[in-house]
Design a protein around this ligand. Structure first.
Ligand code: ASP
Ligand code: MG
Length: 407
């Protein structure tokens, strides 16, 4: 019978220094002894990628993307070689491979390339020799041998894509937290580790502020139904399984509370209420490369209306400049902004089949005298934009209201 294949990915903090790399080696060998085939994907040591980007900034403001990929790909090459050495020094056979050596073929979109195809021949050959295969994450190669990277956090994507290509039974993501929590345990000490979460819920939690995995990798795992196990590299306990939805999972209405304090709000006052205005405003803003999130526009009774929207805090300056210019052009009024906002969200696939959840959320916030400035919903989430000072209190209240400490 064929052995099961497991893909394990170790993030930067799990391989931050030689001691940790040796500890990962022990752990990996322990697994290998369970008689499965093992492919291990690694990120660069600690903050290496940030440091490499910083280095390039000291050379030029505008480094060519091809050269950025040449530079950034070195980070993962270091960690995969060191891990292979650590495993071999403990008496087990291993081999490190770069993305190019594996044959992770991508398009030519440097610094955020897409995987097109993965060759499995070389990996399979090593596996039949009973070697543990260590793959440098975050990188690939074009059909004309140019080295590419897959976007920040891309080692997750390498791991998921390899799981698909090799038919792995599970893809384990080792990180510095023990799994996905009902909310940030730093804010709510009663936060619980979630045993099972659906791909959709996880994607929603990620986009609403819980950054444990790269979202593209979760999308790919959802598409091919590859179960993900997010767990800590510092303890043995099971973490959180990210899986396809089952009927039973709908029984839990709210799976988690997310909070994002990285957004700012812009309001354009007295916008003429006529066709094409919103299109003009948001075309200009998108041309400036700013990602707009929640947009709210009121019904106007006076032929003038206010439009508010949120943008990432780090694009506020850019967004404000663009908005001011366009506001003048269309004859709108003042442009206001507020950096002191937070997005507080509840997420759960059970919302599809239960009602009254929004009312319960708003009621809980009202009881704590928290004013809601904007509201948005998706099929499985409800988000409120509120004052940042009240954010932690809102998270605690919602966690309690939906009894998440009891799951
Ligand atoms: N080292 C890369 C980054 O920091 C890829 C990864 O960690 O997944 O973005
Ligand atoms: Mg990293």
């Amino acid at each position: 019978m064929d052995k099961d294949t497991i893909v394990q990915k170790f993030g930067g903090s799990s391989v931050a220094n030689p001691e940790r790399i040796k500890a990962v080696a022990e752990r990996v060998i322990g697994y290998k002894n369970h008689k499965c085939d093992l492919v291990v994907v690694v990120s660069a040591l600690g903050d290496t990628t940030d440091e490499l980007i910083e280095l390039s900034a000291q050379i030029t403001d505008d480094p060519p993307k091809r050269e950025m990929d040449m530079l950034m790909a070195t980070g993962e090459q270091i960690s995969c070689a060191l891990l292979a050495m650590a495993i071999k020094s403990k008496g087990h056979d291993a081999i490190s491979l770069t993305g190019a050596q594996v044959g992770i073929k991508t398009n030519r979109d440097h610094t955020r390339a897409r995987i097109q195809k993965i060759e499995t021949r070389r990996i399979r050959k090593a596996l039949t020799k009973n070697q543990i295969v260590i793959v440098a994450g975050f990188q690939g190669v074009t059909h004309d041998d140019e080295i590419t990277t897959l976007g920040r956090g891309g080692s997750d994507l390498t791991a998921v894509a390899l799981s698909k290509a090799l038919g792995a039974c599970v893809c384990e993501i080792y990180t510095d937290v023990e799994g996905i929590y009902t909310t940030d345990p730093r804010i709510v000490k009663e936060a619980r580790k979630i045993r099972q979460i659906t791909f959709d819920e996880m994607l929603e939690m990620t986009s609403l502020g819980a950054q444990v995995m790269q979202s593209r990798s979760i999308e790919v795992a959802r598409k091919y139904n590859i179960p993900l196990h997010v767990r800590s590299s510092f303890c043995e306990e099971d973490g959180t399984m990210i899986v396809k939805e089952t009927d039973k999972m709908e029984e839990v209405v709210v799976r988690g509370v997310a909070c994002n304090k990285q957004e700012a709000k812009i309001t354009i006052c007295a916008v003429p209420d006529k066709p094409g205005v919103a299109a003009r405003i948001f075309t200009e803003i998108s041309k400036a490369g700013v990602n707009v999130d929640t947009i709210v526009q009121n019904v106007s009774h006076t032929r003038l209306t206010d439009i508010s929207f949120t943008v990432p805090k780090n694009s506020l300056t850019q967004a404000l400049a663009t908005t001011q210019t366009i506001a003048k052009k269309i004859g709108a009024g003042e442009v206001l902004h507020d950096k002191n906002i937070a997005r507080v969200s509840i997420v759960g696939t059970g919302m599809r089949s239960h009602h009254g959840i929004a009312a319960k959320m708003f009621q809980a916030l009202a009881e704590n005298k928290i004013n809601i400035e904007m509201i948005t919903t998706s099929e499985i989430s409800i988000s409120c934009i509120i004052d940042q000072q009240s954010a932690d209190m809102a998270v605690r209240t919602l966690h309690k209201t939906f009894k998440l400490e009891q799951v």
